[in-house]
Design a protein around this ligand. Structure first.
Ligand SMILES: O=C1O[C@H](COP(=O)(O)O)[C@@H](O)[C@H](O)[C@H]1O
Length: 261
């Protein structure tokens, strides 16, 4: 069942990144207090990297027990290990190298020079198997119930590497698939599918900047998920859109939160 999106609009992208980082710290600390551990799915892209940089700069980051945090990725550009355009490379630079994570809990998606070579389908299947192995009986499926799964929203409404009308966004069975011919470089990618995304307790969609305004308006105005993949991304207990004023500028007035209208 889909959860209705809640919207929070911040003044600008810097404040949005700082507020989202503060929100994420609280969410992780709460999960670790109640269950002893937490799991987060990271996103690539400008807004995701901005959030990670804000988290790295936040003194309250030390409230997190980094050794009891599992990190996963929503998608990856299928490039060689260490390539600057890989989402994990950018995440390491923005945050991961600065905090005491347990390397066994950092679940990067395979690289194109890894054990599966250039076989992106095999890489996707391997990541699906890793997710399945991490899922417990309480998760009711082949994917852990992530505490928070973050998704940067692309100007074309893509999330993760689910692009409008491409086969990956139509996937209803597999949890991870290879993507060919992505309209945004690089063309070959690995991505979680909508069923895997929807296993998360909370899904947070990040959209900051004028170039995200049309995408946010389309996805939040009842578009179909095949045409607007962001419209199909929701969590089991919460779906949160974190926007800045520029990205919210084309939202129908009926959706714009009263406090910021
Ligand atoms: O390629 C990707 O793009 C999206 C959005 O990126 P942005 O720079 O427009 O914010 C991102 O969510 C995804 O993880 C990434 O691989």
């Amino acid at each position: 069942m889909s959860t209705a999106p809640q919207l929070v609009v911040h003044r600008d992208k810097e404040l949005m990144a700082q507020a989202a980082a503060a929100r994420l710290i609280t969410r992780i600390v709460d999960a670790q207090s109640s269950r002893g551990e937490a799991s987060v799915v990271l996103t690539g892209g400008r807004n995701g990297n901005g959030l990670m940089a804000a988290l790295a700069a936040a003194p309250a980051r030390d409230a997190i027990d980094w050794s009891r945090l599992d990190l996963w990725w929503g998608d990856e550009r299928f490039l060689p290990e260490g390539a600057p355009d890989r989402n994990v490379t950018q995440a390491r630079e923005a945050l991961l190298d600065a905090v005491p994570l347990d390397p066994k809990r950092v679940h990067a998606m395979p690289a194109s020079d890894g054990p599966h070579g250039s076989d992106v389908e095999a890489a996707a299947a391997a990541y699906a198997a890793e997710l399945d192995a991490a899922a417990g009986p309480e998760d009711h499926g082949p994917v852990p119930a992530f505490d928070v799964l973050m998704l940067g929203v692309g100007p074309d409404t893509h999330v993760a590497s689910l692009f409008p009308e491409l086969p990956a966004v139509r996937e209803t069975e597999r949890t991870v698939v290879g993507v060919h011919g992505a309209p945004k470089p690089p063309p070959t990618r690995v991505t979680l599918t909508l069923p895997a995304i929807r296993a998360a307790r909370e899904v947070w969609l990040l959209a900051a900047g004028e170039d995200k305004a049309e995408a946010a308006a389309i996805a939040l105005s009842g578009a179909g998920e095949i045409q607007a993949p962001a419209a199909g991304a929701y969590g089991r207990s919460r779906t949160l859109w974190l926007l800045d004023a520029a990205a919210a500028s084309q939202l129908p007035r009926s959706l714009y939160p009263p406090a910021t209208a």
